[in-house]
Design a binder for this molecule. Structure first.
Ligand SMILES: [Fe+2]
Length: 268
């Protein structure tokens, strides 16, 4: 069993434990509600109320405490959750490695997304960094066209981060105006050999009055970019994608730094 398989096994175990905790919590809620209903019936049936009312209030207190003990299912940090803008999820009929390869290939932003990103250019790689479960690549981008929809929230030339957090999570972090950033988190979950779940979550600090409009725009933008990616993912699925990751062959191009890092992780 290689490192990736071990990590996937660990993830599945954590998921199972979380589901178990949630199941126990739900069982507890049901039990407390049942006890409250039983005490209310007892109160209604008795002529001497004080003991039953006191017991009902105590059980209500336990129920409220129990509700506060709900196990955490959303693992995102609180600061990130408060800046959540949109989520989308898809089941795609391609092996998950096609999605990973696509996400780690910087150059496809210029070619495949030429329309949606409106002539975005990758000028240079400014920094690369290895982390324990992935890596970070920083690159300078510019918007060639003077009339560009992306100019609404970003400068002409900015340094973008692409982060491989773990073998299933990739983050794209883009600086926007006023020292803020727009964060796009991509999560991939293998479903079968030839299918995978694909989750897109977008985060950003937005004023309350602009958030509804941005939600609509970002839903539209995320759907368009996915639509653009489909022929590319299909083409990748027609190649022997397993070989691309397990053949120990890495790309010499610096834009493929994270892909090379992924291969390194696959083979340790
Ligand atoms: Fe893409």
């Amino acid at each position: 069993m290689n490192k990736l398989q071990r990590e996937r096994k660990d993830d599945e175990t954590v998921l199972l434990i979380n589901q178990l905790k949630y199941g126990v919590w739900l069982l507890g809620v049901t039990a407390w509600l049942f006890a409250i209903v039983e005490r209310i019936i007892a109160v209604a049936a008795c002529t001497y109320f004080s003991k039953e009312i006191f017991q009902t209030l105590i059980i209500c207190l336990f129920l409220i405490t129990w509700l506060y003990l709900q196990p955490e299912t959303n693992q995102a940090p609180v600061s990130l959750r408060s800046s959540h803008i949109i989520s989308q999820e898809y089941i795609l009929p391609y092996p998950y490695l096609c999605q990973i390869y696509h996400l780690l290939n910087l150059k496809h932003l210029e070619t495949i997304h030429n329309f949606s990103l409106n002539n975005l250019k990758i000028n240079s790689i400014t920094q690369v960094q290895t982390t324990s479960q992935g890596g970070i690549i920083k690159f300078q981008t510019s918007l060639d066209s003077p009339i560009n929809a992306l100019r609404m929230w970003r400068s002409k030339s900015v340094e973008v981060d692409l982060i491989l957090h773990n073998p299933y999570t990739v983050e794209l972090s883009i600086p926007v105006y006023n020292q803020k950033r727009m964060v796009v988190l991509f999560n991939v979950l293998p479903l079968t050999k030839n299918e995978h779940y694909f989750f897109i979550d977008i985060y950003g600090d937005l004023q309350w009055w602009i958030k509804p409009l941005m939600k609509v725009l970002l839903h539209f933008a995320a759907a368009i970019t996915l639509f653009e990616d489909l022929p590319y993912l299909r083409a990748l699925s027609e190649r022997n994608i397993e070989n691309l990751f397990h053949s120990h062959k890495s790309s010499s191009h610096e834009t493929m730094y994270l892909y090379n890092r992924y291969i390194e992780l696959c083979n340790t």
